[in-house]
Design a protein around this ligand. Structure first.
Ligand code: DC
Length: 222
């Protein structure tokens, strides 16, 4: 059976890695919805569109020409044919994505796109509202979280691996700011769906998280 599997949760909980490896193991496609919000944010930053100009942000979202392609283990993101995989991951793009995503018109413009990309199932979708709003009928839903400190530690490691030196305190503050904005916005705030399985990865290895989630997905018929 080809399910839609949703993995939601805050920044740094391990969603991206878990979703990517799970998709590989199930032979499913991967849909990174955060990358879509990031692409809109990058477009706005580059065009000098203020991050509170909802109509212009929504126009960028409506016209977004985005595609994803795996090369090795990296899910490359292209916008209008340009590879923006690295450009959408800077701390500036992260904050801008969180701000842009709070606007109802932006979310509305991206809803159909996400449903289209999610297609007929056989897909792992990761984000903040994929189990609550985008795919409320998904066959398996997870809410993956971890303590703030653990998430900041992981994010700092990730940035360092990419050659960017950042302080732990700044990373922790950045994560908390983004969480509180993502969870408190009026439209589609980050929250666990009532029927989502909660997974706290603070004290689990990546392998343990993936095993747990994969077992649950297979139990549901994938
Ligand atoms: O998962 P991420 O860090 O790449 O997401 C970047 C931002 O996009 C995040 O701070 C909030 C927003 N987002 C969202 O509002 N809804 C989603 N389904 C995915 C991401």
């Amino acid at each position: 059976m080809s399910l839609v599997v949703t993995i939601d949760g805050p920044a740094g909980a391990g969603k991206s890695t878990v979703a990517r490896r799970l998709a590989r193991r199930l032979g499913y496609r991967l849909l990174d919805t955060g990358a879509i919000y990031r692409a809109v944010a990058l477009g706005a930053l580059r065009a000098g569109v203020p991050l509170d100009d909802e109509p212009r942000l929504a126009a960028i979202a409506s016209g977004l020409d985005i595609d994803f392609a795996f090369e090795g283990d990296v899910n490359h993101v292209r916008v209008g044919g340009e590879d923006v995989t690295a450009a959408i991951r800077t701390p500036e793009a992260s904050q801008a994505a969180s701000r842009v995503s709070a606007w109802p018109a932006v979310r509305a413009a991206l809803l159909e796109l996400q449903r289209r990309l999610g297609g007929q199932g056989g897909v792992v979708v990761e984000g903040r509202d994929t189990g609550t709003v985008v795919f409320p009928d998904a066959g398996a839903k997870f809410f993956l979280t971890a303590s703030d400190e653990e998430r900041a530690r992981r994010r700092q490691e990730e940035l360092e691996a990419a050659g960017k030196e950042v302080s732990f305190a700044a990373t922790l503050a950045e994560i908390r700011e983004r969480d509180s904005r993502d969870a408190s916005r009026d439209v589609a705030p980050m929250r666990a769906a009532a029927d989502a399985v909660l997974v706290d990865s603070s004290a689990l290895t990546l392998d343990q998280v993936i095993e747990r989630i994969e077992a649950e997905v297979r139990r549901r018929g994938a």
